[in-house]
Structure formats: C-alpha cells, structure tokens
Design a protein around this ligand. Structure first.
Ligand code: FMN
Length: 406
C-alpha cells in the first residue's frame, strides 16, 4: 500500500560513490509513489554526478548553494525543511554525518540538516568498510541515532572497488529504502495493539529426516504481519518452516510442528488483542516418531496417522477479549464449510481462499479472498497482491481505511 503519495521528501546527496544508485531511487519515488521530491546536493556530490539527472527525475531545480542570488527569499531553505515530511540523505558520507553530529553547518545540505527535526531525518551511510568501522565515525553515528534520527544500516557485500573487497558499507537497494520510508509515512491506526500472526506450514516428522507437510510458503501471513507492524501494531509472527525472509519490524518465532506452534501461542495469546491464524497447520501427524532415520527396508507400506492438536479450537475456548481470525482453504462449499468452522472454533472472522482459482494458490504472490464475520456477512476482496490484501484484511477487522480495490 502506498503511503508516500504527495509526501514532501527532501533527498540530500553527499559525495559517496553509491550516488549512482540513487537516481533510480528518486525515479521510483516520483514516478511509482507520486512523492514530491526536492533534491539538495553537496559540492562533492556534484563531482560524482551532475544535478541534471536529478533535476529531470524530480522535475525541480536541484539546490546546491546557500548563498544564491535568485532565491526569492534568502531563508527559503528553512521553509523547505520545515514543510518536509521526510528528510533522507542517501548516500550519507562520513563527512556529512560527522558534520551533523557536531552541529556544523558550512554548506546548504548541512545547514538544512540542522534545521530539521531529528525524527524526520533518515540517513543511509555508505562508505568503505574501514571508514564505517572507524570509532570516530561510529561515535558520530551513535550521536545521531540517540538523538532520534533514523539510520538505514548499510549492507555487507562487495564494496565499490576490487581493492576494498568484501565488507560492510554498501548502500542498501532502493526497495528496502522505499519500504522504510513508506512505513514511516503510514498512519499508525493499530498503535497500542498487540497482534499475533501465524504463517507457513508445519512439519510433522515420523523419523529424523522425513515429515508430513504442505506447500504453504508463509507469504500471506508474512504480508499480514508486516502490514500490521507498518500500521503501528506490536506484532509477533510465529512461522513454520519457510525459506522467505522474515519481517524486520516484527518479533519472529520459528517453529516446526503444530504442537510447537500451539506452545508458542499459549505463552502470549492471553495478552494479545488479535490473532490471525494464517498458518497452514498440518492436521495429521504420524502416530510414532523415530529419533533416527528409519531404514527403507523397515519402513513398511503404511504410516499410521493421528490428528494433530487443533490450535484454533484450543484458543477459541480460551479466548476472552481477543479477536480471533481463522483462514480456510476449501475446494467445495466454501461459504458453508467456513461458516461451520467459524462457529465450531468460536472465531470472529474467517478469511476464505479458493485454491482452485488461478493466482490464489500456495506460494502465489496474489490471492482472491472473501471475509465472513460472525453475523455471516461476506465481503469479497478482489484478486490482488497478498501485500495489498493484507492491509485490506486488517482494515476490515479493525475498521480502518481501505486501499481502493482494483
Ligand atoms: C572516488 C571517491 C569515492 C568516495 N566514496 C565515498 C563514500 O562512499 N563514502 C564516503 O563517506 N566518502 C566517500 N568519499 C570521500 C568523500 O567524497 C569526501 O569525504 C567528501 O569530503 C565528502 O563531502 P560531502 O559530504 O560534502 O559530500 C569518496 C571520495 C572519492 C574520491
């Protein structure tokens, strides 16, 4: 969901080699996110790239000089900072960070940074690993951190030149920077709420290496957890085996089996406001578990099964103030079967998926869902990305603003 639309962003560019990556960041912020960008460059930044490319993508003259004769009002740089929603410096050199941390204002960008409220400032340091790890630089960075500036930590990887080799100091990709800014611009509709989301499959082992499971990847649950955290909730994600990256804005707990998932839930369920049970919990497990790898010859031709613990049933009995949201995957009689499940398990909402539809399968980036409430009213959320649907599921459950449906 796009929260950056119309937001006023100052993009400060200082003289680091990673500046070449920022042209694309700027293009995406303006073209894809409709944000209103004002670029400011230091003298040294202009040694690496000319303002022309940034002027073209922002549609505005790039500001470079503090003493400029064609300013209508000499203090315009102060007005620009005060009316901005976000002040991003990327790449942020060791020099600009050192200047800001020590209150130095000797050019336009450093002066504007001192005008800004620290909580609106986002710094993306990028430099050679020795510069980054240097104790004087780290001290300066820490001063800014504790003052409330947001630091977009550099990544570890191949640095700009062969001589520099591998290390910390790379500017992260534009997607990560945009995600962080977009989250910062989101309304905090769920602030103060404690939300648990479960995701992914579970694995029910019958020996050391073999198990029963299903093809769930955890995408829908991860999208829900991320979205709830973006809207300000305190989110715990309990996830079965998944190869996907876990959200950086949630408390993540990894589990294997249905029983482990229930154990993790039991510890925190009483204190949560809502549980979204998006995990595809395996409902069968082998009757016996061997601690070793069973030899093929002794496996036999059948594996005796028994049901796993019914997590929603357990928590449905236990719930007090919590909103309980179940997910159902049905191949036939979706609404009727989901209604029965909702009643039996004491749910407040059930999110229904139809697995037979194109673009709604396990692992897909998109989904088509229907949400039923306790009264039996069904709302359709048209096919869309799981990321966007996640916000709209939350909007239905917590009655907050929805993104327009396609
Ligand atoms: C080729 C080259 C690459 C540089 N890359 C970086 C860099 O990635 N990060 C950094 O902090 N400084 C880098 N520097 C050093 C800065 O350009 C220098 O400290 C400069 O004074 C920064 O000025 P500014 O912060 O006003 O833009 C580089 C210098 C050169 C010549």
């Amino acid at each position: 969901m796009i929260f950056l639309e119309g937001k006023k962003i100052i993009l400060g560019l200082s003289g680091g080699i990673a500046i070449y990556k920022v042209a694309n960041l700027l293009r995406r912020l303006t073209a894809d996110y409709n944000a209103d960008l004002q670029v400011v460059m230091t003298q040294h930044a202009q040694e690496f790239m000319t303002p022309l490319i940034f002027e073209t993508f922002s549609g505005k003259r790039v500001l470079t000089e503090i003493f400029e004769s064609d300013h209508l009002v000499a203090t315009r740089h102060i007005d620009i900072v005060q009316s901005a929603d976000i002040f991003l410096v990327a790449p942020a050199t060791a020099n600009i960070i050192g200047k800001m941390a020590n209150g130095i204002a000797d050019d336009l960008l450093s002066t504007m940074l001192l005008v800004a409220e620290p909580k609106k400032v986002w710094l993306a340091p990028a430099m050679n690993k020795n510069m980054y790890l240097n104790p004087f630089f780290q001290k300066n960075l820490n001063i800014l951190k504790v003052s409330g500036c947001h630091i977009i930590e550099p990544e570890t990887g191949e640095l700009a030149t062969r001589q520099e080799g591998w290390g910390i100091g790379r500017l992260p990709g534009e997607a990560l920077i945009i995600d962080k800014l977009n989250a910062a611009a989101a309304p905090k509709d769920l602030a103060g709420k404690k939300i648990i989301v479960t995701a992914g499959p579970t694995r029910e082992y019958f020996d050391k290496v073999r198990f029963i499971s299903n093809p769930s990847t955890g995408k829908m649950g991860i999208a829900l957890a991320e979205a709830a955290a973006i809207l300000g909730a305190d989110v715990t994600l309990i996830i079965g085996p998944s190869h996907l990256d876990l959200p950086h804005n949630c408390h993540n707990i990894r589990v294997q089996s249905a029983q482990e998932m229930l154990n993790a839930l039991t510890e925190i369920f009483d204190h949560c406001d809502a549980l979204f049970m998006a995990a595809a919990v395996e409902d069968i497990q082998p009757q016996n578990q061997s601690g070793i790898k069973i030899k093929k010859e002794t496996l036999g031709d059948s594996i005796p099964l028994k049901p796993t613990v019914d997590i929603l049933n357990e928590l449905g009995k236990r719930k007090s103030k919590q909103t309980l949201v179940g997910f159902s995957v049905e191949l036939m009689n979706m609404t009727e079967n989901s209604r029965k499940k909702m009643e039996k398990k004491n749910l407040d909402y059930i999110v229904m998926n139809n697995l037979e539809e194109d673009g709604a399968a396990f692992g897909s980036d998109t989904n088509h869902i229907w949400i039923m409430n306790r009264q039996g009213d069904v709302e359709e959320l048209k096919p869309d990305s799981k990321k966007k649907l996640a916000f709209n599921i939350l909007a239905t459950v917590f009655n907050c603003a929805k993104d327009e449906q396609a």
